[in-house]
Design a protein around this ligand. Structure first.
Ligand SMILES: Cc1cc2nc3c(=O)[nH]c(=O)nc-3n(C[C@H](O)[C@H](O)[C@H](O)COP(=O)(O)O)c2cc1C
Length: 340
């Protein structure tokens, strides 16, 4: 699929975005994805939280929501793969259409609302991968979120940690999707301090003896004002958060987006997000004095973009929308060309 992507892209783009995504998942499940041999390269590898990441570029959350195609994603050349967002109960998400492409600006607006098959199916899928397909060195992140009807957010996060804490290499607490009502309000000091305490208690209880507890990362939105950023950075330090994932999609709509496209509700990702997310990374790196590792993402569509995130303070990067427009070649470009 790698070299063939320029031929495949017009076919995929002839379909509505969500259909194109479903077709891509099917093709990857059938083993039709590219297989890029990853030779160990000390220049590309890094150790964070005691985990060795063989390459700096990972798959961002949302692409493989149900953990169905973990192995094919590693085969494409990702150094780590983040699956989810998964919620305790299955849910349908928002009515379709809910993903919109704008080829001119190489961006996407989505208002998916966490459609997923729920934690039971998710866990079965992850366990099947761990049993039969996992290779040494593959790093699996699990991104967890809450069901739309949950009024006690901590309850859902606790359930998910009980179920998945034992099998994740790292856990991402998603409090930044713009498509679950009230979720972004959780990006507050009082809530986060309490939530992190509960999460740590739950991890202590649910991680089997001998298994190291996974680091807990928080994924934040790019739409935070200066005061919010300062408060969150201090909270992250005080609560000893292991890592930050910066950033999720933005609610902003730059002027140059087409009139009809910009009116769609949801989070904007891809090229128009690149600068903003890099600024947020830079800002959090400074506010936390580089003490909290950052995974940087938002609009990466070249090795240069990835390098900008690293220069701003990220230790690792992730991609999603760039993959839609550039295909799997971007994975290698963003990893290998990062340091050239
Ligand atoms: C269609 C779509 C679905 C997404 N779903 C999720 C999700 O379930 N959980 C999450 O944390 N982020 C989700 N994201 C956000 C991405 O992980 C990423 O933070 C964002 O798109 C910015 O990176 P990018 O510009 O490389 O896409 C989604 C993004 C897109 C485009």
């Amino acid at each position: 699929m790698n070299a063939a992507f320029p031929l495949i892209r017009p076919v995929l783009f002839a379909f509505p975005p969500e259909t194109a995504h479903t077709l891509t998942l099917k093709a990857l499940k059938l083993g039709l994805g590219p297989k890029i041999e990853q030779k160990p390269d000390p220049i590309l590898s890094s150790t964070l939280w005691g985990i060795n990441f063989p390459r700096p570029t990972g798959l961002a959350a949302g692409f493989d929501k149900n953990a169905e195609i973990i192995k094919p994603c590693f085969d494409m050349g990702f150094g780590f793969v983040e699956v989810g967002t998964v919620t305790p109960k299955p849910q349908k998400g928002n009515p379709k259409p809910r993903i919109f492409r704008d080829t001119k600006t190489q961006s996407v607006i989505n208002r998916m609302g966490f459609p997923n098959d729920g934690v039971e199916t998710f866990k079965t899928n992850v366990n099947a991968y761990l049993k039969d397909q996992k290779r040494d060195g593959d790093i699996l992140g699990i991104n967890i979120g809450l069901n739309k009807d949950q009024t006690e957010p901590a309850e859902d996060y606790k359930t998910l940690i009980q179920e998945l804490g034992n099998i994740a290499d790292y856990l991402t607490i998603n409090i930044s999707s713009p498509n679950t009502p009230g979720l972004r309000n959780l990006q507050k000091r009082a809530f986060l301090m309490q939530l992190l305490e509960q999460i740590r208690e739950e991890l202590d209880k649910s991680c089997t003896a001998g298994k190291t507890k996974p680091p807990v990362l928080i994924k934040l939105a790019p739409d935070l004002d200066e005061e919010q950023r300062e408060e969150l950075a201090q909270t992250a330090l005080d609560a000893k958060i292991d890592g930050l994932i910066l950033t999720n999609t933005t609610l902003a709509r730059p002027d140059y987006l087409g009139e009809y496209y910009r009116k769609e509700q949801g989070g904007l990702s891809g090229k128009p997000l690149a600068r903003k997310s890099t600024q947020i990374i830079h800002n959090f790196y400074a506010l936390t004095k580089g003490k909290i590792p950052i995974i940087g993402l938002g609009g990466i569509s070249s090795g240069e973009d990835a390098y900008k995130k690293i220069r701003a303070g990220a230790s690792l990067v992730q991609i999603y929308t760039g993959l839609i427009y550039q295909g799997p070649e971007l994975i290698d470009e963003a990893s290998v060309n990062l340091y050239q």
